[in-house]
Each structure stands twice: as structure tokens, then as C-alpha cells.
Ligand binder design. Sequence first.
Ligand code: V47
Ligand code: SF4
Length: 396
Amino acid sequence: MSAVIENRIFTGHPLADVAEKVYTGKRISREDAIRLYQSDDLVAIGALGEYARRVKAEPGQENYVYYIHNMHLNPTNFCVETCRFCSYANPEERGKAYTWGVDRVLEEAGKGAALGINEIHMVGGLNPACDLAYYEEVLQQLRIKFPHIHMKAFTAVEIEYLANLDGITYEEVLTRLIACGLGSMPGGGAEIFDDAVRERMAVKKTPAPVYLEIHGIAHKLGIKSNATMLTGISESIENKVDHMLLLREQQDKSGGFQCFIPLKCYYDGTNIQDEVTEPTPADLLKDVAISRILLDNFPHIKAYWIQLGVQLAQLALSFGADDMDGTIMEEKITHAAGAKTPLQLAQEKMEQLIASSGYKPVVRDTIYNIRQVSSLEPAKISESFAERLNALVNDH
Ligand code: V47
Ligand code: SF4
């Protein structure tokens, strides 16, 4: 459908001026994004997100949805911090905290390697036993044993912690980790940048300027990174929009973000449930669509199925997401907090989920080089879209 035809849907619509900007490729403002969040017209917001995603794609690749064969590896769940939404940090979990030696990390990585993964997403708690020297050893050994596996590792929070432990700069930490095989950085640890939300949630680590600075340094050193936003921790619409605007501004400067991932908080093992509003499926779909529209300089938006659940992740593809993350054979952070999603999606199942949502499954590497375009044909789904949307949003 051309922009002109799609734009007709918005004739007389309260969001017509915002739609006009999207269809003519103009950047939307803070106020525009807030109005999108305030609107109940989920179909209209989804249509804009989906359009924004299509125009970002290379010609002929508009219906591509990417995924990777990967595993999550968490060498330690001990953390000196006590962010209130994190189930790692509660006393019960802390009592059972583990710290793997280098051999154990290699053993766990070997299980993924045997299944043919090509990325390890490695993050951990802030643990004085796991310092820069430990992680240098981990990366070097992994590179020797599994040279074909890309290491996406260390959030900005961990980089800040490692720098402080050794009394060195963020740049030195990153330079040394890159020399040992670090390939890119995940987006975790951003939470919500607003200071009042962070105060309520006892987030003492890595305020916004530090998170953004560390990603900027990584980009300058030539590696890519992702960015996240954690919802369901007492944030307002304005907090979410301002969070994304800071990321958009940083991306204008350093350009190395490849993907934005809206995250949703799970509450098992935390004591925050009575103080927060749990995001509804409609809220989560808005996060996907509005991030796709607002973050016009981010190449990709991820539907993180581990947190969204498979059905909502499928629907998110029609709202602007173009990435399903990975087949993920191991995940601890969200499962510690109560996520019930199965831990591994076989390639065949992943491809069926994508194709049955109307998109072409594409295996990528971490930095979005195409590895394999699936032979599965995308299903025609236009009639069932409204039904699926209603079922998910109204059944909640
Ligand atoms: O940083 C913490 C969040 C993040 C909870 O970069 C929680 O490709 C839900 O960042 N419920 C880790 N979430 C996950 C993450 C991520 C995931 C997938 C892909 C990428 C990527 C990054 O999980 C943490 C924190 O924001 N988190 N506690 C919780 N109870
Ligand atoms: Fe530690 Fe990260 Fe959990 Fe905060 S969110 S307690 S820094 S592991």
C-alpha cells in the first residue's frame, strides 16, 4: 500500500498530523509521541508503526523478520546492587547465588555450540569476584574454543562496575574486552532513565548520562550495541518518551545502536507489584509501534518473545518490530521473575511463528548480516489481524 492510500485512513483522524509526518518521513516530536501513547486507536498506531518499519527496510526486504541462533549465559547471579524489580537481588536468591569458574562458562557455552548457535548473549550481576581479569580470561578461552561464536556481552552497567573496580576508564575496560573478543554490547541496564523512577526502584547504578556515554564510547571503538527500556516499574508515558528521546539523541551523535528492545517487568520474587501498574498487551504493542516511529535512526526493533510471550511477539511484528531475537536456549533474568515462556524455540518453530504472522523468516548474525532467507512463504493474514488483536487485548 502506498503512503498516499494509507494516509487516507487518517482523514479527519485526531492523529492525522502525526500520521502525515510519518508518511512524509518527518521526525515526530515529544508531544506527537505522547499523543500517540494517549490514543486508544491501537489499529491506527499499529499501522503507523508497521509503515515506519517497512520504509526503513531495504527494497525487497520489507517483510523480513530476523532471528538468530543464540543462547544467554549468566556467569554469576550475585549482584552488589539491589534494584527492586530484579529477582536476582532479593535475599532469598542472594543466598543461593552462584559464580561460575571459567571452566563452567566454557562447559555451558559448549552446550549451545553443540546445538549450532552463533551468538552468546552474556551478562551477569555485579560481583567483585568477577572482575576485568576474569572476564578477559572468559572471553579469550571462549574465542579459542568457539571462534565462530559472536560474543554480545556486558551491559553498560557492568562496564561501569568493572571500570570502578579496577579504577580505570570505561574506554580502557572496553578496549581490553574488545581485544579479548568482545563483539558487541547488549542493551540491558537502561531501565527507565528518569531519576524519580530510579529512586523509587532503588536503581543506584549507571544513570542516563553514564549509560549513554558508555554506549557512545563503544560506538567510537567500532562495536555495535543495543538499547532497552524496562516498563511496568512505575513509569509514566512522559518518562518512556523522554527515555527514547535520549536514545535518539545519542544515536544522532554516535550511530552505533542497531536495535531497540522494549522490555516488560515480571514481578515474582519482588515486592513492587502493589506500587506499579502492570503494562497491558495494548501498552506493550504501543511501546513497539511508538518506538519504531520515534526512533527513526534505529535500524531495528525487537519483539522479545521471552517476555512478550509468543502470541504477543507475533502480533508485535505487525506493529513495527522486525526482529524476534533468537532461539535462546537459556535465559535466567526474566524466568527468575516468573516468565513462563519455554526456553528454546527450535528453528522450525521460530520460522513457522514468523511466516504464519505474514512475514519472511531470515536468519541473521549479530550485526544483521543475512545468513539465510527461509523458503517458507509468509501467510496472508490481513483478515485475521483485527481478530487476533481483539482477542489478545480484550482477553487480558
Ligand atoms: O537489564 C531485570 C531487565 C534486562 C527484570 O540487547 C527484568 O539484544 C523483566 O537487556 N522482569 C536484561 N525484566 C535483558 C536485556 C535484553 C534482553 C534481550 C535482548 C537484549 C539485547 C537485551 O532485563 C535488565 C533489566 O532491564 N530486568 N529484572 C524483571 N523482573
Ligand atoms: Fe544487579 Fe542488574 Fe539486578 Fe540491578 S538489575 S540488581 S544491577 S543484576
